[in-house]
Design a binder for this molecule. Structure first.
Ligand code: ADP
Ligand code: MG
Length: 255
């Protein structure tokens, strides 16, 4: 049994603007274990992105709390990757993937080596000097991932990271990236509206209620995988059972 790295307790959050208050999250509680791959699904607009922004510290809870249990009592490093890759067109791929390190004054010889190794592992070495527009959607997504991973976060927050890709690309790129992240042993929170991604990649799937978000249901996932490819997870005997149960919970919530 691994220990918790993150615990959210009775969290509530509202947005305030000229039109008044929007309650985005209400009495939300869940925990994440170290090294766990957690997928979160929920109706559109229910507050999923807001949860990640709260975890990343970009927003402050109105009520309740988020507790981190990092190594040596330190706050764990958090990497946040969004739907659109946000690579900068005026910088080369190398300059893009090292941007975070550069900003944090950590572009040491050792870190440059690590980034070079990731570029090689992810099949991007030959594209170091190219501009983002010269790469395919999947390659750009891998470059964005390298930029996030270069800072060696302990917790990775992924907000619908594959939704900008076309279906065919998405199938392979998402499985590819999920495999890379799993191998790196990171704790992951993946927000996705693709139930097959959630069931194929995650150790546990949380289903959120409609806005304001709270946890509606939770499914630990255990698949008997025919091989180590996550694409093959769709062929696991347990796959369709999970898919259907999550689908039912979600449609129940969306109606
Ligand atoms: P999701 O990611 O699940 O689609 P969000 O967390 O982005 O949902 O948003 C939850 C709710 O909060 C939505 O109704 C959205 O319109 C509202 N919201 C999001 N950001 C803001 C903001 N900056 N100001 C006011 N309302 C917002
Ligand atoms: Mg969102």
């Amino acid at each position: 049994m691994q220990s918790d790295i993150l615990k959210i307790e009775n969290l509530s959050f509202s947005y305030h603007n000229l039109n008044g208050e929007t309650k985005a999250i209400k009495d939300l509680s869940f925990h994440v274990r170290e090294g766990e791959f957690l997928a979160i699904v929920g109706p559109s607009g229910c507050g999923k992105s807001t949860i990640l922004s709260l975890i990343a510290g970009l927003l402050k809870p109105v009520e309740g709390g988020i507790t981190f249990y990092g190594k040596d009592g330190k706050q764990p490093g958090i990497g946040y990757m969004l739907q659109h890759d946000h690579l900068f067109e005026w910088r080369t791929i190398w300059q893009n993937v090292t941007l975070g390190l550069e900003i944090q004054h950590k572009l040491t010889a050792e870190n440059k080596k690590k980034v070079e190794k990731m570029l090689a592992d992810y099949g991007l070495s030959a594209f170091e000097d190219k501009k983002p527009s010269e790469l395919s959607g999947g390659m750009k997504q891998r470059a964005a991932l390298i930029r996030t991973m270069a800072l060696e976060p302990e917790i990775l927050l992924l907000d619908e990271p594959f939704s900008a890709l076309d279906y065919q690309t998405r199938l392979t790129v998402s499985a590819d990236i999920a495999r890379i992240i799993r191998k790196a042993g990171k704790t992951v929170i993946l927000i996705t509206h693709d139930l097959s991604e959630a069931v194929s990649f995650a150790d546990r799937v949380l289903i959120l209620s409609k806005r304001p978000a709270s946890v509606k249901a939770e499914f630990p996932i255990h698949l008997t995988l025919p091989d180590d490819s996550l694409l093959a997870a769709r062929k696991a005997p347990e796959y369709s059972g999970y898919f259907n149960r999550i689908w039912e919970e979600l449609s129940d919530e969306s109606n």
